[in-house]
Design a protein around this ligand. Structure first.
Ligand code: PDD
Length: 280
């Protein structure tokens, strides 16, 4: 497949950046993942708005306008003939002359790379079976609202999940679930309230989370943005996760303990259908 690297479309195997790139040396960069459904980007304006916010928070200047980045994403999707999948994009503070922690001086340009992958999100088997999650301590830094490429805590969390045969890790802080390793966490309480943690520096403001909350509220479903514990999740009717690469994904067990009857629940299934309609 074809990748985009700093102004050029090249075969993925030839797509390279310098070993002095600050993304490589310091994880000094920001990323976004947008879904592609039937050849079209899903909720992409929301992802690019978050990109602008993230780069602003770390004082990184985008090398292209958001309008140009959108065109580049579309061109890459067209070149790779992606019908259903994902577009990954990453911007870093570029490659300086050496390894200096402080920002490069002068005209070092930020680096922008993109690639695509195929994924049939709608027909994913896990949507029908649900996934198990494990819990791990949230060992990340205090600015999780920034979509930084520094993902070592999530790499370790998701590896632990993979080794346990689970589909995601829910991260815990002060007894509460923050979010999943790469997804937002939700529960449906016994009295049918959809609960997901309030946005703050403690979590990434998920684009899918935002859309699902709005779609649910439009339908007069009850939504509360507040923290919840694992005990509350285990006592809940349902649990689910949201992300660009999962849409709405039912969660059926936590640390080996079933939620409800251990099957995807009607609310998660309904919200998934509503989100797919919105995404189309
Ligand atoms: N992850 N929380 C975290 C920590 C995430 O990394 C993600 C996204 C989300 C969900 O955000 P959104 O709905 O905007 O995709 C929540 C992407 C998909 C990833 O790292 O692959």
């Amino acid at each position: 497949s074809i990748a985009y690297v700093n102004g050029s479309f090249v075969p993925l195997s030839d797509a390279k950046v310098s070993i002095l790139d600050r993304g490589f040396l310091f994880a000094d960069g920001i990323y976004e993942v947008s879904a592609v459904l039937d050849g079209k980007l899903v909720d992409n304006a929301s992802h690019l708005a978050r990109l602008e916010r993230s780069v602003g928070e770390i004082k990184l200047k985008l090398p292209e306008t958001v309008e140009r980045i959108t065109e580049l994403q579309k061109e890459l999707i067209a070149r790779n003939k992606v019908e259903n999948g994902l577009v990954y994009l990453q911007v870093t503070r570029g490659a300086d002359k050496g390894r200096d922690f402080a920002f490069p001086k002068g005209d070092v340009k930020s680096s922008l790379v993109m690639f695509t992958s195929e994924k049939d999100i709608i027909n994913a088997a896990s949507a029908k079976t649900g996934i198990n999650v494990i819990t791990v301590p949230d060992i990340r830094w205090e600015r999780r609202d920034i979509k930084s490429v520094a993902l070592l805590a999530q790499v370790l969390a998701k590896q632990a999940a993979a080794e346990a045969g689970a589909g995601e890790a829910w991260m815990l802080e002060d007894g509460y679930v923050t979010e999943g390793g790469s997804s937002s966490a939700f529960i449906l309480t016994k009295d049918d309230v959809i609960v997901t943690r309030k946005n703050s520096n403690a979590i990434l403001p998920g684009c899918t989370r935002k859309a699902v909350v709005a779609l649910a509220e439009e339908r007069q479903l009850r939504v509360e943005e507040r923290s919840f514990t694992v005990a509350e999740a285990l006592a809940a009717k349902e649990a689910f996760a949201t992300s660009a690469s999962l849409f709405v994904q039912p969660v059926v067990a936590i640390d080996g303990k079933k939620i409800g009857d251990g099957k995807p629940g009607p609310m998660a299934t309904r919200l998934r259908e509503i989100y797919v309609e919105f995404a189309k």
